[in-house]
Design a protein around this ligand. Sequence first.
Ligand SMILES: [Zn+2]
Length: 65
Amino acid sequence: MECYFCQRNIKDIDFKETQILKRFISLSGKIKPKKRTGVCSGHQKKLTRAIKRARYMAFLSPTSK
Ligand SMILES: [Zn+2]
């Protein structure tokens, strides 16, 4: 499985792209391991940062409100 972001030529992951970020968050609100999603390590790092940022900015809440 190829990296979702490499495939789409996405270099920077925007924390406001919650629709995309949600694909990589499990039902329990955790970031899915790259083994499962096929994301490369470079993008996994960016993804983790984007998700944390989104949570901080409350775009994504860990629990559904
Ligand atoms: Zn990638």
